[in-house]
Structure formats: structure tokens, C-alpha cells
Design a protein around this ligand. Structure first.
Ligand SMILES: C[S@@+](CC[C@H](N)C(=O)[O-])C[C@H]1O[C@@H](n2cnc3c(N)ncnc32)[C@H](O)[C@@H]1O
Length: 261
């Protein structure tokens, strides 16, 4: 769990240009004094960024995981926005908490975790005021860090094995969110794709992000890769802090949809 907390925060730090662009775009379309609901808020990277972008926003951050919410609350206090962010622990696959009508529902990298995304989209529609916005951001691909051919090929084998795991676990990684939103009565106003390609020299946070991502991948890979690949992965992961050639290559998509008035 400690690694997940750190990884979510590092994702926001290392991919800050992408996050800033999306937050300022979505923020610019949000009315004054909005109520924002962040579903699957995690450590609050979205809630905190939206609180910064929208100084008169009130934010409700919902997550199933109390440890992540605790971290969110302490970061909100550090940034002086704790009075505008309320956290709610709830498993959104089950009974939804009482939520005030929302002007914006924000779901960053959380929709693919939900057991029944269609049901969640319908609940979001009920939660939004007429004219309110629903922003879904998702990962088209998990980040790649290793630029050398052998490392990149190993990384591809890791990603293929992890993708098989996720499919088996029923995660909705490549859902057609635009079609689902339209089917649920939303007007899809935009679908944008972002290719992220960060090259060296990168700040130390990027190396730490790479190391934690590879460690987390390793955790899910025992038995799925050959012993040689696992040993090579361990060696590469341990040596990450010394490397100066790392890259961060990732692809993200954002859907912005409106509940019709
Ligand atoms: C990949 S993290 C994304 C966190 C955050 N939105 C971000 O962009 O950094 C997915 C989050 O969804 C939460 N989550 C998964 N299933 C959930 C559910 N059924 N109800 C509420 N939260 C859920 C997880 O606890 C986790 O914090």
C-alpha cells in the first residue's frame, strides 16, 4: 500500500505537464462555486489539483481505501485546502454515499477498477446537476522507462503478462467510455488522447517513479515470467537510481461528457 500511495503521488509529479493541461482544461469548463466529486480519489492528486485550479470549489473525495484518504487529508492540510475537501470512504460498487448534487464528477484512472462501469456511469448521471460535467481519464498504456533494446523487450514481456492478469481479474482497461457515456444519456463533448514522452535528463522523481512501478510490476509477475526474466528485472530495478538514460513513455485518454439540461 505504501508503494501505491507513493506511486500515485509520483505519477502526478512526474507527469505534471499532462495533469496540469487536463486540470486547467476541465477547470475552465466548470461553473463558479462548483461542487466537485472525485470518485476513486486515491491520494487526491485530482482533488488537490482541482482545489488549486478552482479556488471557490468544494470537493468531495470518495474512495474505498481509508489509508489513501488519510494521506489525502494530510496533503490537503499541508496545502491549506482541508476546509474545502471532504473525504468519504465508500465502495462505489455497492451502496453509494449521500452526495450533494455535483457540477463536476472527476474519475481519474478509477473507472477501470469498478465492477460494473455501466452502473457507475448511471450513478454519476444521477449525482450530476443538469448541465454538469463528467470527466473520465484512463490509461491507454502503463509507462515504459527502459530505452535500451534488451530492457525495452523485457518491459514489453512484463506488460503483456500484467495485461493478461488484469483481463483475468476483470479490470475494464480498454472500455469504450465514449459509447458507454452516450448510451447512458450523456452528451460526449470531447475525447482527447495524450502521448507522453519524457526524455533525459529527468528529475530524480522520475527514477523513483520507474523503480516503484517496476517493483509493483515484479510483485504481480512471479510465475508469469521465466526465472531469467525475473532475475533480470530485479537487477534492473535495483540499478535504476544510477541510470541517467531513463525515459517515461505513456498514453492517456480523457473523455468529457455533459448531463443534458
Ligand atoms: C489507480 S487509482 C487512481 C487514484 C486517483 N484517482 C489518481 O488519479 O491518482 C484507483 C483508485 O480507485 C479506488 N477504487 C477502486 N475501486 C473502487 C470502488 N469500488 N469504490 C471506490 N473507490 C475505488 C482505489 O482505491 C484507488 O484509489
Amino acid at each position: 500500500m505504501a508503494h501505491l500511495t507513493e506511486m500515485l503521488d509520483l505519477d502526478a509529479e512526474v507527469l505534471h505537464e499532462y495533469h496540469r493541461e487536463v486540470i486547467s482544461w476541465v477547470g475552465s469548463l466548470t461553473p463558479g462555486r462548483p461542487h466537485v466529486v472525485d470518485i476513486g480519489a486515491g491520494t487526491g492528486t485530482g482533488s488537490l489539483a482541482l482545489a488549486g485550479q478552482l479556488p471557490d470549489a468544494r470537493i468531495t473525495a470518495v474512495d474505498v481505501d481509508e489509508t489513501l484518504l488519510e494521506h489525502l487529508r494530510s496533503r490537503a492540510a499541508e496545502r491549506g485546502v482541508a476546509d474545502r475537501i471532504r473525504t468519504v470512504r465508500a465502495d462505489l460498487d455497492h451502496a453509494w454515499p449521500e452526495l450533494d448534487p455535483a457540477d463536476l464528477v472527476w474519475a481519474s484512472a478509477s473507472m477501470h477498477h469498478m465492477a460494473d462501469p455501466g452502473q457507475i456511469v448511471a450513478r454519476v448521471r444521477e449525482t450530476l446537476r443538469p448541465g454538469g460535467l463528467f470527466a473520465i481519464t484512463e490509461l491507454d498504456s502503463f509507462p515504459r522507462f527502459l530505452p535500451d533494446p534488451a530492457g525495452a523487450a523485457l518491459e514489453e514481456r512484463c506488460h503483456a503478462a500484467l495485461a493478461a492478469h488484469r483481463a483475468e481479474a476483470g479490470l475494464h482497461m480498454h472500455e469504450d467510455w465514449g459509447t458507454l457515456l452516450a448510451k447512458t444519456g450523456f452528451t460526449v463533448e470531447a475525447e482527447r488522447h495524450f502521448d507522453i514522452d519524457l526524455r533525459p535528463p529527468l528529475p530524480p522523481a522520475a527514477a523513483r517513479y520507474a523503480q516503484i512501478s517496476l517493483q509493483r510490476a515484479r510483485h504481480g509477475l512471479a510465475g508469469a515470467l521465466s526465472p531469467e526474466d525475473l532475475a533480470a528485472l530485479d537487477e534492473i530495478t535495483a540499478a535504476i537510481p544510477e541510470r541517467t538514460d531513463l525515459t517515461v513513455r505513456a498514453a492517456r485518454s480523457v473523455w468529457l461528457a455533459r448531463r443534458p439540461v
